[in-house]
Ligand binder design. Structure first.
Ligand code: AMP
Length: 284
């Protein structure tokens, strides 16, 4: 695997890849890699000739300095995991390389309702930072396909909308969430959980399974309330549990009227904030 820290050197190499008419798949990450990230790399390798993964903890998407500081960073382990994977090139830039002095972002920041709900309410400025880094990284890598996780459902929706609006010739491939055996969605933040918190953490997924079980049997507000109760009983401090239309993230009131329904949730266990979601219905 090749390792690039500088934009110029990465671009020089990618030019040779493109000259050979090889397609490029791109997997942006913030490191502390787990099997979820590695599944994106394998998906990219299955569809593209050359796979680029970036590891960059993007300060612009953190709305809390403590969260940025405590975000796990394990570069040696990440490199080791990537070397064993199908990744062809790792882009591992520092902040100045991604955001050079004098550079200004041309990424859109307002995506209508997509940036007015759920994560956008609880993490003000977060998606502006996401759009900024994704646009910048796409401009650098210029991939054919971009691989992202359904784990960050709202992020996938916003990035897809950004590419559509900017008419960027990149296809977004949204990959399934990889989970631990007990259902907990894999996340770099799981490393921050104490043993006691880790044992409580699967309740987040259980609350989503409960919602799936109750859909079409009780009202949506009742489902949301029961899911929140389950989380609280397990020791979570919930931020939101929302049953939304997967096409536009608008709240669902009558499930019969929707062919794509997703339950999305965020909750804190101690100081660690976890998010997860589950598709309750997809009929299209
Ligand atoms: P992150 O490093 O958390 O910014 O995540 C980088 C990419 O990996 C994003 O597209 C995430 O949605 C995706 N991802 C994170 N966790 C998982 C998971 N458990 N399964 C699949 N993809 C994931």
């Amino acid at each position: 695997m090749l390792l690039f820290k500088k934009v110029e050197q990465l671009q020089k190499h990618l030019k040779t890849v493109r000259n050979d008419l090889r397609t490029i798949g791109f997997v942006p990450t913030m490191g502390a890699l787990h099997e979820g990230h590695l599944s994106l790399i394998e998906a990219a390798a299955n569809r593209c000739d050359f796979v680029v993964c970036s590891v960059f903890v993007n300060p612009a998407q953190f709305n809390d300095d403590n969260d940025l500081e405590s975000y796990p960073r394990i570069p040696e382990k990440d490199i080791e995991a990537l070397c064993k994977s199908s990744c062809n090139a790792l882009f591992y830039p520092d902040v100045e390389e991604v955001y050079p002095k004098g550079w200004t972002s041309d990424a859109p920041t307002d995506f209508g309702y997509l940036t007015q709900t759920m994560e956008a309410i609880h993490r003000p400025g977060h998606f502006e930072g996401v759009a900024k880094v994704v646009k910048r990284l796409l401009d650098i890598v210029q991939p054919d396909e971009l691989f992202m996780g359904q784990k960050d459902f709202q992020q996938c929706a916003i990035v897809t909308e950004m590419l559509r609006r900017l008419k960027m010739p990149v296809e977004v491939v949204c990959c399934d969430t990889i989970r631990e055996k007990d259902g907990l969605a894999m996340s770099s933040r799981n490393l921050l959980l104490s043993d006691q918190e880790r044992s409580k953490a699967p309740a987040l997924f259980k609350s989503l399974l409960l919602a799936k079980d109750l859909l079409d049997r009780v009202s949506v507000p009742e489902i949301e309330q029961k899911a929140l109760e389950l989380q609280k009983l397990a020791g979570f401090q919930p931020e939101y549990f929302s049953i939304v239309d997967g096409h536009n993230l608008r709240p669902v009131t009558d499930p019969q009227q929707h062919n794509f329904i997703v339950a999305c949730t965020a909750a804190k266990l101690g100081k660690v904030r976890l998010i997860d979601n589950l598709i309750l219905r997809r009929e299209f």
